[in-house]
Write a protein of this length. Structure first.
Length: 253
């Protein structure tokens, strides 16, 4: 494994996602109009990196230009779990209680805290957006974070998400108790792209590193529409890449 890959993996696990509970920040920002992405930096001094940062996310990823490396020592241990689904005003988020859904990196554990959705996809892959994107946020005991991005295309009904998307909560509603095995939300092929970026929401904190899987999962048109009924568009546009590097691993998880 190259020095860059080791650094990328450490960064991917140690990057801060911005809040201790991993809920996307509430507040006056939005995805359109006077409080949309182009105005985030003007809404608060804390958001200045949304405009001035040089490692912002999301980005347009190009798999052919990524540096190819061998798979590293990452072990995924997700399992069936009780969870709580909430509508935080910016997305649908599923919070997990911390009962053993881990990614192990060389024996060190990082626990899945929550996952949430965007439409259309925030990242681009080889010039293409997808209808949706899933972000899975993992935390270690020191509050460091690894984020896995999963593209979603239109296709067959996603059985793992069927019970969730049949009862999406409205904004301000009580959370809904659900059961989910997060491993069922990952594609069969775990080839992924590592890159260093930022939060895709205010305050756009940098030094966040991402693992974005290249193979998408599927959701039915009805499932995608159910989400878009609540959030017609909750994505941040792609940001300048500014000479950053991308590392591709054949079996990242």
């Amino acid at each position: 494994m190259t020095k860059f890959t080791r650094l990328a993996l450490v960064a991917a696990i140690s990057a801060s996602f911005g809040t201790a509970a991993f809920a996307l920040e509430h507040g006056s920002w939005s995805y359109g109009g006077n409080t949309g992405p182009h105005e985030w930096s003007q809404l608060s001094e804390k958001n200045k990196l949304c405009q001035s940062g040089l490692q912002q996310s999301p980005v347009s990823l190009k798999s052919k230009k990524a540096k190819k490396v061998k798979a590293t020592d990452i072990k995924l241990e997700y399992r069936d779990s009780a969870a709580k689904m909430v509508n935080n005003g910016h997305t649908i988020e599923v919070d997990l209680p911390g009962d053993g859904n881990d990614i192990k990196i060389k024996g060190d554990s990082y626990e899945l805290a929550q996952f949430h959705f965007h439409t259309p996809s925030e990242h681009e892959l080889d010039g293409k957006h997808f209808p949706m994107e899933l972000h899975m946020v993992n935390k270690d005991h020191d509050g460091n974070i690894a984020v896995i991005g999963v593209f979603i295309r239109e296709g067959k009904e996603n059985k793992a998400l069927a019970s969730l998307f049949s009862k999406l909560p409205g904004k301000g509603a009580d959370g809904v108790a659900v059961r989910i095995n997060p491993a069922d939300l990952l594609p069969a092929d775990h080839k992924g792209l590592f890159y260093t970026g930022s939060l895709t929401t205010p305050p756009c904190t940098e030094n966040v590193h991402w693992l974005v899987l290249e193979e998408p999962i599927e959701m039915s048109a009805e499932q995608i529409q159910a989400f878009r009924k609540e959030f017609p568009d909750n994505h941040r546009p792609v940001q300048p890449f500014n000479g950053r590097k991308t590392v591709e691993e054949d079996n990242a998880l």
